[in-house]
Design a protein around this ligand. Structure first.
Ligand code: AMP
Ligand code: GLY
Length: 436
């Protein structure tokens, strides 16, 4: 029997805690720090709130004291700080890419150079450390939509869409606001098409593709407003066909793993491909070195193979020895957010959330906590994205209906709940068009 520690506090970490806790091989699942729902009504899961998630030395002591057999480093920050290597050095097995391998996420400039070197399909781009040179480059480009992106980690806010030259100039000037993360920045051609996320479990040499998902990034329905961490997902999205996945394997996954090995950075962990289906085929928006959030909440529940077994095989470099099975269900998630997110939502902090308990008895509905805390019997808002509600079933229309019916049962004191009302609209529209 094993003890697992998961580092993080969002819906993704809750989904991971859930799937690990289902394993008969696991005795306890600790989540550091977790949230108000991770350990709710699940006696196998325990939150660890007494240790700071960035305090690696205390985390190592905790692992030794509690006899932790495996740490799942699930979030970009601790991965980028090299927690995987530090834990391993102390004899604590951990799952996630090393600091060097995860540079593919935390250094977009390095990542684009790597992709270029190994001929992976990417948009045209150029990196800068100097805004004058960037502005001079901009002047030579036709007036077009561009993305200006901080090279470092910027809490998911580092990419700015610029619809014309003036917006691009403003975006270049805005890179300073990201501090160290924005010191190097990229100017990229805007890719046109449909966006998707695809996930592969990697062991340095082999990979297993799990499922694709389609997130909805902007805060308002109709794909309007600012970009967020993700407002809701559908998995699997109809647009990512078997043929597209085959193409991705040949043109992206295989050369990626071989390239990383060649560079002395073999990639073990979850690889997240943020892709765009363009008229000229799939192009890479970015790679991330972890599960997506909320993608994890709609993909992890579909695993029929024991997740711990898969992770241990990955750590041994033997993913070629197992087959992973998934169910055939469709899942839709909706993020329940504080009104005001992703701007100022401080007034919603500590407001009471009503109706959650009525969801726990609903069939085919799950709830994953994020910015939420428990106080006695009450649930209180404690962040921008508060929870992710997930519905599952057979058809997209049925699942979507269930998700929104369940969502209608929830309120936040002072009418402070915000969510998008159009999650999965692309697939619904596709199906309607197919029928007519
Ligand atoms: P990133 O910070 O790289 O995750 O980018 C955030 C979001 O910006 C992505 O999910 C895309 O929606 C969008 N994006 C970033 N780069 C591009 C690009 N070159 N073309 C089109 N969309 C992009
Ligand atoms: N859903 C976007 C992300 O996890 O980065």
């Amino acid at each position: 029997m094993q003890n697992i520690l998961i580092l993080g506090s969002g819906g993704r970490e809750h989904a991971l805690a859930d799937i690990y806790s289902k394993s008969r091989k696991i005795k306890r699942v600790f989540v550091l720090p977790g949230n108000g729902l991770t350990d709710y009504k699940n006696t196998k899961i325990k939150n660890v709130t007494s240790i700071s998630p960035s305090d690696i030395n205390t985390i190592i002591s905790f692992c030794k004291k509690e006899k932790i057999d495996l740490v799942d480093v699930a979030q970009d920050e601790p991965i980028s700080k090299g927690f995987v290597g530090l834990l391993e050095k102390n004899g604590i097995p951990s799952f996630g890419p090393t600091q060097k391998a995860s540079q593919i996420e935390w250094d977009k400039d390095w990542a684009r150079q790597f992709m270029e070197k190994y001929n992976l399909p990417i948009p045209t781009y150029k990196s800068f450390t100097n805004s004058r040179q960037a502005l001079a480059y901009l002047n030579k480009l036709p007036n077009q939509t561009l993305y200006i992106k901080a090279s470092g980690l910027a809490g998911g806010k580092g990419a700015i869409r610029a619809g014309n030259r003036q917006e691009a100039i403003n975006a270049i000037k805005a890179m300073k606001q990201f501090g160290k993360a924005g010191r190097t920045f990229l100017i990229e051609e805007a890719l046109l098409g449909e966006e998707f996320s695809l996930f592969a479990i990697c062991d340095g040499k082999h990979y297993i593709i799990t499922k694709a998902a389609q997130d909805h990034k902007t805060v308002y329905s109709g794909d309007k407003g600012l970009n967020t961490g993700g407002m809701g997902c559908v998995a699997p999205p109809l647009v990512v066909t078997k043929k597209i996945i085959k193409d991705i394997e040949r043109k992206i996954l295989k050369p990626f793993l071989q390239g990383m090995k060649k560079e002395g950075r073999p990639y073990t962990g979850i690889l997240y491909l943020g892709g765009m289906l363009t008229k000229k085929g799939v192009k890479i928006i970015e790679f991330n070195a972890r599960w997506g959030d909320p993608e994890a909440e709609v993909i992890l529940p579909s695993f029929k193979t024991d997740y711990l077994t898969i992770v241990l095989k990955a750590l041994e470099g033997k993913l070629d020895e197992i087959n992973i099975r998934f169910d055939n269900k469709t899942r839709v998630s909706i993020a329940g957010c504080s009104a005001g997110y992703p701007n100022d939502y401080s007034e919603v902090k500590d407001k009471e959330i009503f109706g959650l308990d009525s969801l726990f008895s609903l069939k085919n509905i799950s709830l994953f906590g994020a910015g939420i805390k428990r106080q006695g019997e009450k649930f209180l808002a404690d962040g921008g994205r508060i929870f992710h509600l997930v519905a599952e079933g057979n058809t997209i229309q049925e699942v979507r209906k269930k998700a929104y019916e369940a969502m209608s049962l929830i309120f936040i004191e002072g009418n402070n709940l915000h969510y998008r009302t159009d999650i999965a609209w692309r697939d619904v529209e596709r199906l309607i068009k197919e029928k007519t």
